[in-house]
Design a binder for this molecule. Structure first.
Ligand SMILES: Cc1ncc(COP(=O)(O)O)c(C=O)c1O
Length: 398
């Protein structure tokens, strides 16, 4: 067989796969594993959205659309951006895609040249560094501080910028931590981005999932200078429980969207027409389906925090967004169970799965081997069962 590309040698398959695959195998064997790994809502897609997809099939809306997606949904997204995010875009500044992940990689391909640097604050969502590499650029990982909720500061950004920096990957609410950037923090970051003339790729996929006093602000809404340098990325997966439908979008300057359309047109043509009509029903329809889910996530969040507060040896940053908790294992590292020393989050996650049948994501996936991420996008019963097991497991460490 001829050799594969040099590119694939640089790409690491998702580090979470080993744990997730093992957990899945255990479930298939009939073992009652509690899964805290999921990065997706446990709710079904709201009925009226699913029905719109079925209707699209029945009505024969099953043909090619424009590479940018259907105009009705692009228009509807403009309205949403204006009303909710104080952002003025024309419909031709919007491109629909097969998920926020897809928009992120198309955006990177549209702006990156070989040797360009993309600043990726750590902890980061597992796919960012790999997506940057696939686009031919280099991820520059900037470690953020626990005391600042793992949000990059304007100072840290400024320090990391070189003559080769092309963009900052910004994610708020932040996966895996669940913290949310304040307007002031974004203002400071925007000033640096404008001064140094770099793009901001603003991944706002968790925008609807905010709690307490947290408020989602799009960095692009702060002033025209930062807006012209920002590619806003969002999608339907998390807000409308539509992960499997695959629908995302990007909003940016016309020139950028045009470039993304050219790439997308040759790669996938466009996201599924059926999915686009379901997405139209999602954005146009009753938004109380979203607030109902957010309310449920919030009570789970409170429950998990209350339980974690009583478990000795772990700490976490209080999340006010998304559906994750990022837990520090620093006080547990070097403890052991049955002769097995916990030297990293990966070891902790493996042991927790083997001994207590609870699956979590080790922080190695996010760039820090002293943390684990748990997701509360699962039922209260599962949360209670899993946390009982985790508490008992941690109590056994010596
Ligand atoms: C930060 C972040 N961005 C993007 C995505 C991808 O979303 P989509 O399903 O729309 O591709 C995820 C999914 O987990 C995510 O956590």
């Amino acid at each position: 067989m001829p050799g594969l590309s040099k590119l694939v040698e640089q790409i690491t398959p998702s580090m979470t796969i080993a744990i997730t695959a093992k957990a899945k195998k255990m479930v298939e064997q009939g073992i009652d594993v509690v899964g805290f790994g999921a990065g997706e809502p446990d709710f079904d897609t709201p009925r009226h959205i699913a029905e719109a997809g079925i209707q699209a099939i029945k009505e024969g809306k099953t043909r090619y659309t424009s590479a940018f997606g259907i105009d009705s949904l692009r228009e509807e997204i403009c309205k949403k951006l204006k009303e909710k995010n104080r952002l003025d875009y024309e419909y031709d500044q919007i491109i629909l895609s097969s998920g926020a992940k897809h928009s992120l990689s198309t955006a990177l391909q549209a702006i990156c040249n070989p040797g360009d640097e993309i600043i990726v604050p750590s902890p980061y969502w597992v796919s960012y560094p790999e997506m940057v590499r696939i686009a031919g650029a280099e991820p520059v990982i900037v470690k953020t501080e626990k005391d600042n909720g793992f949000r990059i500061t304007a100072g840290q950004l400024k320090e990391a910028i070189t003559g080769r920096t092309k963009a900052l990957m910004l994610n708020s609410p932040l996966n895996p931590v669940g913290t949310v950037y304040s307007e002031e923090e974004l203002q400071e970051i925007a000033e640096v981005a404008v001064e140094k003339d770099i793009f901001v790729i603003s991944d706002e996929i968790y925008e609807e999932l905010v709690y307490d006093d947290a408020r989602h602000v799009s960095i692009a809404s702060l002033n025209p200078q930062i807006k012209s340098r920002t590619i806003v990325i969002n999608g339907m997966s998390k807000a409308y429980a539509m992960t499997g439908w695959r629908l995302g979008y990007a909003a940016a300057e016309k020139e950028i969207i045009k470039a993304m359309g050219a790439i997308q047109g040759h790669a996938i043509s466009h996201p599924s027409s059926i999915t686009q009509y379901a997405g139209l029903a999602a954005v146009k329809g009753d938004q109380s389906v979203v607030s109902r889910m957010v309310k449920e996530y919030d009570s789970r969040r409170r429950y998990v925090m209350k339980r974690l507060d009583t478990i000795e040896g772990i700490e976490y940053v209080k999340p006010t967004g998304a559906f994750y908790l990022y837990i520090s294992l620093e006080k547990l590292l070097n403890k052991a169970l049955g002769g097995q020393v916990i030297d990293s989050a990966m070891t902790f996650a493996r042991l927790l799965l083997d001994e207590a049948e609870v699956a979590v994501i080790p922080g190695e996936a996010f760039g820090d081997n002293r943390y684990i991420r748990i997701s509360y996008a699962t039922s209260m019963e599962q949360l209670e069962k899993g946390l009982n097991r985790m508490e008992e497991f941690i109590g056994r460490l010596r």
